[in-house]
Structures are given as C-alpha cells and as structure tokens.
Design a protein around this ligand. Structure first.
Ligand code: ASP
Ligand code: MG
Length: 402
C-alpha cells in the first residue's frame, strides 16, 4: 500500500467524459489499497475565461485580492464535479478547497507562496479511507483571505502535498505523455525521455517547455519528491523527474526555445568603472529581469553593453535607460524585438568538452547567425533572429539527438 498524489491539469478534466476518465484512473489506484490524494486544476479554459470576465468589468485591472477570489472559483467547480463522478462510481470521496486542505500562504495575492500545508484534515480524511480531492492553485493567508499561487500553480499544490505527507509518488497528469527532447509539435523526431534530473527539468521549465510549472520543480527538488509526468488519455509510463538518473548516451536532454525575448544594446558608453553598475542598478530598480548580458571590449574609450529582457518588460527597460541619459552619456539605444533564444540543456555537458562547438556547428551548417551566447553548467543558449527559430531548433535537435 502506498500514498499517491495525483494531479490533473485543466485539459484532463475539460468535460464530463474526461472527468469520468479521470475518476476511473483514481479509482484504479484506490482499489489496490492505496491512499490517494488528488489535486485538480480548473476545467479547460475556465481560468482564462474568468480573467476575461474580470476585464469586462474593469479593463484597467481589478485588485489582486478580488482576482484571487474570482480565479479560485475555477478549481472549486472542478473538485466538486470530480468528487461527484467518484461518488457516482460508488467510492468514498471528499472534495476540499485549498484552505480546508491546510494550504497556508503569504499575502502576495495572485503569486502567493505556500508557507506550510497543515496536514491534519488531509490525514483525517485519509484515515477514514476517503479519496481526497483538493483544489489546486489556492490557499489562504493570515487574514483568512483566499490567495492563488500564480498561473500553472496546481503543480506546486500537488508537490506541496506530496512533500508534506511524504507521499511515495507524485504523478502529474497532462495531455502529453511525458517530457520530450524538443516540442513534438515542431520537431517530429523528438523523443520522450524516461527520466530527467530536477536541474535539467528546471532549466527546461524556465526555458518555456510547458510541461511542469518551474516552482513545482524547485519544490520537488528541495523536498526530494519524485515526480512522474504522464498522460491522462493513454495508459503508459511517462517521464520520471528525480535527483540522479541513469547515465545515457545522450549528451543533451532537450532543445527549447523562447520567442518572448527582446535585445537591447546601449551603444557608445564610456569605458570607465561603474557604468555597468549604474545601468543594471537602474534596471533592477525598475524591476526589469535581465537575462543574457554581453559587454564589448573597450575601444577608443567607449564600449557597448547588450542584454536581453522578456518582450513584456522591454518598454520598461527602455524607459529606465532613457532616465540615465544625463548621467551615463551613451550615444544611442538599439533594440530588436524579433529575436529568439534557443537553448540546449543536459547534465552530460558538464563532463564533455565540445558541446558548444557542436551546437554552433549545427547553426553554421544551417546558415544561422548567432547574436549572443550564454552558458551555465548544464545549459547553452544562443540568441538568433526570430525568423530562424524553428529551423535552428530542428538543426540542433538533429545534430545531437537525430
Ligand atoms: N487553473 C490555474 C491556471 O490555469 C492553475 C493551474 O492550471 O495550475 O493557471
Ligand atoms: Mg491551467
């Protein structure tokens, strides 16, 4: 007998037929004598639809507190519906909202962090042999207000329960059957991985491979919760995410791309100490998240600094730099929104020379120019023209994975 936490995403419970399918998956495990806690997201596009409703009332943007009150309703519907499906099939079940399941969060509405999960109620229900269905993505703060955990937050709810109850397994069901070496809709020969490490998954999650929410992977790593990403529609093993995986021939785990980036260059800065500090300090004050940074070697007393930001933050970044015009005395700002960041991720590259060269060769063979490069222990990213994105991903994937 094991304690299993199962999380089902919005697409897995989108309609009555899918809800009944999910109910059967849950009952299969329960019948074997396991304790089962289930976390669900809102059905289908419910969360997006609720956001639209709020915009109809206030296009300017409602307060975050009221947004959380509204969005948490999506999950309230799905837990009740799923519990009813299990009831109908004749099994004991109880649905719980975030606060009932013990989710205590901070007061950062719309992006709250879980402070603790009080396990009392969950344990009590499990000891009564109930299947427990918990609303994902929500909790309560110290003022007894409902909070939500940020988009995609139900994954984190599931991992938090698994960590708190020391579950044997945390399964994240979705509409794909695992984690792939590249987006299978774009790269037809992308392969499903049997296993991937937390660190690799974290890199892929932040790079926009939208299978798992990155906060949930961080938490799984911290509390050593083994995750399985699998399909709710096909019955077959998915991808396991854990600390150490079997060594495989594969040098890299995956190729990911992010089109939501913009490049900004500040040209003709003085080549003196403190320039980078002033520039990035101003950007930090404006709460701009900077990614790849490149500074040219000084020539004739001047230098250029280029960096990338997400496309939404790009106007904010430009405004921050313009504020510095008097004190930094640069010649001009050059910017480009039509760029993409393509990255390869893999623990294997830590101990293998030549991975970067191989990636650059793939781009060279494809006739693609590299604008910027950045590396970490298990990741290499290049910035390229947006128009080259799909071609680059395929070329790199072919080179490493075939
Ligand atoms: N329903 C929420 C969202 O769509 C939370 C989740 O799906 O994990 O972001
Ligand atoms: Mg969702």
């Amino acid at each position: 007998m094991a304690l299993i936490v199962k999380k089902f995403g919005g697409s897995s419970v989108a309609n009555a037929e899918r809800v009944m399918n999910v109910a059967n998956i849950i009952i299969d495990d329960y019948k074997k004598g396991n304790d089962v806690v289930v976390v669900v997201s809102a059905q289908g596009d419910t969360t997006d639809d609720l956001i639209e409703k709020a915009k109809e009332i206030n296009p300017e943007g409602a307060s975050k507190r009221e947004m959380d009150m509204l969005l948490s309703a999506g999950e309230q519907i799905s837990i009740a519906i799923l519990a009813m499906a299990i009831e109908r099939l004749g099994y004991p079940v109880v649905s719980l909202l975030g606060w009932q399941a013990g989710f205590e969060t901070d007061s950062n509405y719309s992006l709250a962090r879980i402070k603790r999960v009080n396990p009392e109620r969950l344990r009590a229900e499990l000891s009564k042999k109930h299947i427990v269905i918990v609303a994902g993505f929500q909790g309560v703060n110290r003022y007894d207000d409902i909070t939500t955990l940020g988009r995609g937050g139900s994954d984190t709810s599931a991992v938090a329960i698994a960590a708190t109850l020391h579950a044997d397994l945390c399964q994240i069901y979705t509409d794909v059957d695992g984690v792939y070496t590249a987006d299978p809709r774009k790269v037809p020969n992308a392969q499903k991985m049997d296993e991937i490490t937390y660190n690799e998954m974290l890199e892929l999650a932040t790079l926009g491979a939208q299978v798992l929410n990155n906060r949930s992977v961080e938490m799984a790593k911290k509390y050593n919760v083994e995750l399985e990403v699998l399909s709710s529609l096909e019955k077959k093993p998915g991808t396991i995410v854990k600390e150490i995986v079997k060594m495989e021939k594969m040098l890299i785990r995956g190729v990911a791309s992010d089109k939501n980036v913009s490049r900004i260059s500040v040209v003709g800065l003085k080549d003196t100490p403190g320039v980078a500090f002033k520039l990035f300090n101003e950007l930090a004050q404006a709460k701009v998240n900077v990614d790849i940074i490149l500074q040219s070697v000084g020539r004739d007393g001047t230098k250029d600094i280029s960096f990338t930001v997400s496309t939404e933050q790009y106007p904010l970044a430009i405004a921050a730099i313009e504020k510095l015009e008097g004190s930094l005395k640069y010649q001009k700002i050059v910017h480009d929104e039509k760029v993409a960041k393509v990255s390869i991720v893999g623990s294997g590259m830590e101990s293998h020379p030549g991975v970067a060269a191989k990636m650059f060769e793939a781009l060279f063979d494809a006739g693609i120019n590299i604008q910027m490069i950045s590396t970490s222990e298990i990741k290499i990213s290049v910035l390229i023209d947006l128009a080259d994105n799909d071609h680059a991903v395929t070329a790199i994937h072919d080179k490493f994975i075939g």
